[in-house]
Ligand binder design. Structure first.
Ligand code: GDP
Length: 330
């Protein structure tokens, strides 16, 4: 594969080249990893920056309907929109919540949009790295907004929040009791809570739910990196396409405020550091699952069971092997 040519085509915004490059970063083959490194080297130096927007919500809350309507609104304003997914269900079982049905049909036909389902990987960590690299490729290809969608289960929101400039939580209208169902941690990472389905019979409930969440958000601790009034709760209807422009304006205001106050770049820098550390940890751990370490760990495990090694002696032997030094005498 001609990596320089691929890089050139990505930079000129060719969607086929972008799709091909994402396939490359999703591959686990060693030669593909090396090509990915070369590709990012070849792409270095462009100064394109997309707004990275994370979006989470439980199945059925209206994520695909929202992304379709919101994405079409943005492309209608002359913006280029990429949609990536982080789907922990596909990581675990091979089946996916986000990829099964035909989603976002109109948006997927829009020449200014690019939609990519979640990579099937065995670990959320692997999905995270590939999604992060895919975001970088979408930026290089000149996309203005990258939406990173995830379902509200497990750790995936935190993972997505760590790769986003802004994080949106989509919720359905519900009775007051269900407010408790949203974990505090998720509320804390949300910049905007959007109560969807504020239309027809659900409109009144949506307005009340929105007020409940606005109240709950006021009780969270103040964020020094944000202007007054954030995080905010708003009502939208993805189906009737109402409230979408208002939500977009809030996102732009927040992003601009953070840019003006240096928080935008600081957040990206902190994220880069976080990913460096988590990738390092993950790579170290994965070495234990590969030969020759795997066999050593197995046999030392047996030795610990037999009582011929203590747990700490055995652990030191493994570390010594990794570090290429002699183990402490047993
Ligand atoms: P996802 O699983 O989060 O992607 O949710 P979908 O976008 O597939 O929507 C789930 C269901 O909610 C579908 O039947 C949609 O038609 C419906 N829905 C989505 N957005 C709205 C909305 O704004 N108003 C109403 N009334 N229904 C909606």
């Amino acid at each position: 594969m001609d990596i320089d040519d691929l890089a050139r085509r990505i930079l000129s915004g060719e969607r086929r080249a972008l799709a091909r490059a994402i396939t490359l970063v999703e591959s686990r083959r060693d030669d593909h990893r090396a090509q990915t490194v070369a590709l990012f080297e070849a792409l270095k130096g462009h100064d394109r920056e997309a707004l990275r927007v994370g979006l989470s919500g439980t199945p059925g809350v209206g994520k695909s309907t929202f992304i379709e309507a919101f994405g079409l609104m943005l492309t209608g304003q002359g913006l280029k929109v990429a949609v990536l997914a982080v789907d922990p269900s596909s990581a675990r079982s091979g089946g996916s919540i986000l990829g099964d049905k035909t989603r976002m049909e109109q948006l997927s036909r829009d020449p200014d949009a690019f939609i990519r389902p979640s990579p099937a990987q065995s670990q959320l960590g692997g999905v995270a790295r590939r999604t992060r690299e895919a975001i970088g490729l979408c930026e290089a290809a000149g996309f203005d907004i990258v939406l990173i969608e995830t379902v509200g289960v497990g750790q995936s929101e935190t993972v997505v929040a760590e790769m986003s400039d802004l994080f949106l939580l989509l919720l359905a209208p519900a009775g007051g009791d269900e407010l408790q169902g949203v974990k505090r941690g998720i509320m804390e990472i949300a910049d905007l809570i959007l109560i969807n389905k504020a239309d027809g019979d659900l409109k009144t409930t949506a307005t009340r739910t929105c007020a409940d969440y606005a109240g709950a958000l006021r009780l969270l601790r103040k964020r020094p990196q944000d202007p007054a009034g954030f995080p905010k709760a708003l009502t939208v209807s993805a189906r009737e396409e109402t409230g979408l422009q208002g939500a977009w304006e809030e996102m732009q205001n927040l992003a601009q405020w953070r840019r003006d106050h240096g928080h935008f770049a600081a957040r990206r820098a902190a994220q880069a550091r976080f990913w460096f550390e988590s990738e390092l940890r993950q790579s170290l751990l994965s070495r234990l699952d590969r030969e020759p370490m795997k066999g050593l760990v197995q046999s030392l495990g047996t030795a610990v069971e037999n009582g011929t090694r203590t747990p700490s002696q055995a652990a030191d032997e493994v570390l010594a092997q990794l570090e290429g030094r002699a183990a402490a005498p047993t």
